[in-house]
Design a protein. Sequence first.
Length: 328
Amino acid sequence: MPDCLIIQPIHAAGLERLRAGGVTPRFATAPDMATVARELPGCVAAITRSAGLDAAAMRAAPSLRVIANHGVGTNEIDLMEAAALGILAIFTPTANARSVAEHAVALTLALARKVIPADAAVRGLDWRLRYEAQMMELHGRTLGLAGFGTIGRMVGAMARNGFGMKLLVFSPGVSNAVLVEAGAERAPTLQALLSRADVVSLHRPLRPDTRHMIDAAALTCMQPHALLVNTARGALIDGQALAAALRAGTIAGAAIDVFETEPAPATDPILGAPNTVLAPHIGGVTEQAMRETALQCAAQILDVLAGRRPPHLVQPEIWDRRRMETAA
């Protein structure tokens, strides 16, 4: 039976699906790339999460035919090397979308209603917060969505239908018809969105043109009472600039689920910034999402090994020149 290296833990349902399809899961002893490079040889497939997969590990595994990315973002996989070697990469663009969208809304509410300071106040027997805190009611406020893909649209629908928020969208590739159907207004530029939104939620992919899209200059465009929420990619935000803006009161608060380096090091400036809600990249970590994501990874691996084209190829152009057989 062929082996699949599980670089980071996945839901048991995915493991069961692999075994049922004739593939044996093999578990990495650690997710660092040096360890993976030692343990990947002999495997025809790998499933990775935030650890990704680097070029050295791929070159060490001549039998590797497919890399399954457990989630949407593939930034940590060396896709250029995978393409050069004929190794397919698949991903799961919809499996955890609703869970991430709900998390973005939860973080927004936690910021707007100061849930974490309120919890600390009660535990400290200090009820002054109810007289002193400035909280935000979301109804009638403007939600600025930077990015309007699957998750952004779900967040917008929840905010509009559940809270009566107005939607303002910066997403150059989205058609006017999609915005009209969602009841959203287009922001012509990111700066226009930041200057008008009461809450800004980030949903853009990480690319060279979006890295640190929220920098010191962008933060000065936001309103002093505005809140920033990031459940997309940590490197969309310049962490030093955000921490400085929070300390200066340039914006009122930020909720961060993703960090430029994960796990976030003790030196990450966001950890010491005021008026924040922080989470360890758990947007897609619900029972339902984890199960579906693992199942989609397993199913697509089995598709590739059976010669069937999987539904979610990261680089479809590689299909016709993919690695077909296990190398000796």
